[in-house]
Ligand binder design. Structure first.
Ligand code: NAP
Length: 292
């Protein structure tokens, strides 16, 4: 396996952001006596979701945020869930709210998304926040796409005017990432191509990319022969293969022909968590400054 200097250390980037957040949170507390608080709503016992929520709790502890978990039965009614969201929306001590997906089939996801106060929607779950982003005026940036952009920024990788090819068009990764990279602002202004499962000849796009972002959820999708001219490769994919976590990029092949690459694990994942914390602090600041 390539252990060379071209491997981006997502854990180190996350550690730097964590230290910055601790200072920023301390400063905010000194000024306002408010400790940011993140509330997580989780339905059922999905092990991956429970693991993710535990990780969020630990990250909150590291950056001195309050954390509150609402673990509910997957049989809860839609009205009961809406009532809890309403209560969290109205609780001035709660700054950020996450509703863990997938939701049980009897619950209308869009109704739940729209019920969430956009000013507390630190995971950009409410379509209002996606709409604000699409209009070029985001309040929060979705955590995973924002982690990709943050990594590029901190690695001093120029994005402006570059051709970024994203593989994946989901509402939580590919599509919002394209919208962020199209923003008319520093660390954006890119030319973006979005590929998906119906794209014919993905290689013809990835070979022309300055930056490739793989977010398809397909282990080993991006092979060495799909890459030319030493691009930067950011691997968002997290797939379990024979009990091992791997990305969407065939790391052994691709890492030999790129200028920089993120590994899985230890790439985008740790930075995503920090983006969630950043959004929660932003939400707390916005509430005190009555921005939203
Ligand atoms: P998703 O909702 O399943 O979307 C996958 C996207 O990839 C879809 O747009 C799909 O195309 C496209 N796709 C699937 N197979 C393809 C193929 N063979 N060729 C080209 N495109 C293909 O997944 P997601 O939620 O966006 O997540 C993507 C990956 O990122 C997953 O592995 C997930 O676990 C990971 N992830 C990581 C983090 C993190 O923090 N590291 C956070 C979120 C997600 P269609 O639209 O045509 O179906």
């Amino acid at each position: 396996m390539n252990k060379g200097a071209n491997i981006i250390d997502g854990k180190a980037i996350a550690a730097t952001i964590k230290d910055e957040l601790i200072l920023d949170t301390e400063q905010f507390f000194q000024n306002t006596k408010i400790q940011p608080k993140l509330s997580v709503i989780i339905l059922g016992q999905d092990p991956a979701s429970l693991f993710y929520v535990r990780m969020i709790e630990k990250t909150c502890q590291k950056v001195n945020f309050q954390f509150e978990k609402h673990a509910l039965s997957s049989k809860i009614s839609e009205d009961e869930l809406l009532e809890l969201i309403k209560q969290q929306n109205n609780d001035n001590k709660v700054h950020g709210i996450i509703i863990q997906t997938p939701l049980p089939k009897h619950i209308n996801q869009e109704k739940i998304q729209r019920a969430l106060n956009p000013g507390k929607d630190v995971d950009c779950f409410n379509p209002v926040n996606m709409g604000n982003l699409a209009m070029g005026n985001p309040v929060f940036l979705p955590c995973t796409p924002n982690a990709v952009v943050e990594i590029l920024k901190r690695e001093n990788i120029e994005v402006e005017g570059k051709h970024v090819v994203i593989v994946g068009r989901s509402n939580i990764v590919g599509k919002p990432l394209a919208l962020i990279l199209l923003l008319k602002q520093p660390n954006a202004n890119a030319t973006v191509t979005v590929c998906h499962s119906r794209t014919t000849n993905i290689s013809s796009f990835t070979r022309k990319a300055d930056i490739i972002v793989a977010a398809a959820g397909k282990a080993g999708l991006i092979k060495g022969d799909m890459v030319e001219n030493n691009p930067v490769v950011i691997d968002v994919g997290t797939n379990e293969v024979e009990g091992k976590l791997v990305g969407d990029v065939d790391f052994d092949e691709v890492s030999k022909v790129v200028s920089k690459i993120t590994p899985v694990p230890g790439g985008v994942g740790p930075v995503t968590n920090m983006m969630l914390m950043k959004n929660t602090l932003r939400a707390a600041k916005n509430m005190t400054e009555k921005v939203y």
